[in-house]
Design a protein around this ligand. Structure first.
Ligand code: NAP
Ligand code: GLV
Length: 307
């Protein structure tokens, strides 16, 4: 079986070494060392080669990340399975990051860090977790995993998705019809939605105005979901108190962008979670074996719904 890898060379080197142990039958090629394109069975990439016409034997295209919105689907064969990355290392990273962000917001850390700058020793009353309402937009692989520790910590948790969820300790809200009810009870709103036609620009003034006054945002989905100016306006007016932003459009932000210096914004460079080489390779090989056996793979993108 021939695998072509086209992404960060460092991970490629790690994978090449691990594959010799984990799947000696696999022939691993790293872009641009394609060899005979027609021999490639599996392509693993963030961005595939522009012209795939010579890859006549391709059985699947795997994204190296959880997102698969970056592909130009019109340029891909209609029947080629496109598979996003689901692997425990990536999930754990997101659980850590969002738990950290929620606790930081819950315990008023942006305000206390600002006070530290001002050498101001001033305590504010703290809400117990049970009185803090968390709203998770997107209750998929990552959203559901992140909700587990938040429920454990005693937060009042809800999720919003396209289809109903049954998760202990989490109230499920579904679709546009229940978005308003979901937002009005979200003191800390987390976005873990995929980027699709329906979610592009979703974090905007209209949505912020439906949150309780003084709510906070954790944006870990995709940059194009957030309207930057609307977030700045909401922080300025006090409608929002603070935001933790890991993804922006563009990435990186220009040097003069107001997010860099904003006291109520914690900005990180799209590092909330990353696939870990070892566990990602194990997940990839499991999917390849499933494909070889004619079994359904984990994380196949449903093209018509966009994720
Ligand atoms: P997933 O398993 O596909 O889950 C997506 C969730 O979003 C599902 O619950 C889905 O609802 C819901 N959803 C999609 N469109 C919706 C809509 N229009 N209205 C309401 N709900 C909608 O994806 P995942 O693996 O959890 O990953 C989510 C996203 O996280 C990725 O696409 C990526 O953008 C982002 N991400 C960011 C980082 C980072 O470092 N910042 C890292 C990894 C991933 P249903 O369950 O009803 O289908
Ligand atoms: C990172 O953002 C990913 O999609 O894995």
């Amino acid at each position: 079986m021939n695998i072509l890898y086209k992404s960060e060379p460092e991970r490629g080197r790690i994978w090449a070494g691990l594959l010799a142990e984990l799947a000696p039958e696999a022939n691993f090629r790293q872009w641009p060392d394609v060899g005979e394109a027609a021999e490639i069975d599996y392509l693993v990439a963030w961005q595939p080669p522009e012209d795939l016409s010579a890859f006549t034997g391709l059985k699947a295209l795997f994204s190296v990340g959880a997102g698969a919105e970056q592909f130009d689907y019109a340029a891909l064969p209609a029947d080629l399975p496109v598979v996003r990355m689901i692997e425990p290392g990536l999930t754990s990273g997101m659980v850590e990051y969002v738990t950290f962000a929620v606790l930081g917001l819950h315990r008023d850390m942006p305000r206390y860090l600002q006070q530290q700058q001002e050498k101001k020793w001033l305590a504010h009353s703290a809400l117990p977790a049970a009185k803090r309402r968390i709203g998770m937009m997107g209750v998929g692989t990552l959203g559901e995993a992140v909700l587990q520790p938040l429920v454990q910590l005693g937060f009042d948790c809800a999720g919003w998705s396209r289809t109903p969820k049954h998760i202990s300790g989490v109230t499920s809200f579904v679709g546009e019809a229940q978005l308003d009810d979901f937002l009005t009870r979200s003191d800390i709103l987390i976005c873990l939605l995929p980027l699709t036609g329906a979610t592009e620009g979703i974090l905007n003034a209209d949505l912020f105005n439906r949150l309780p006054r003084g709510a906070s945002l954790v944006q870990v989905g995709r940059g194009k979901q957030l309207n930057h100016q609307h977030l700045l306006n909401a922080l300025e007016s006090g409608q929002l108190a603070a935001a933790v932003v890991d993804v922006t459009s563009p990435e990186p932000l220009p040097a003069d962008h107001p997010f860099w210096q904003h006291p109520a914004i914690w900005l990180t460079p799209h590092i909330a979670s990353q696939a870990q080489p070892e566990s990602a390779l194990t997940a990839l090989l499991e999917n390849i074996r499933r494909c070889e056996r004619g079994e359904p793979m984990h994380g196949v993108v449903e093209r018509e719904r966009g994720y």
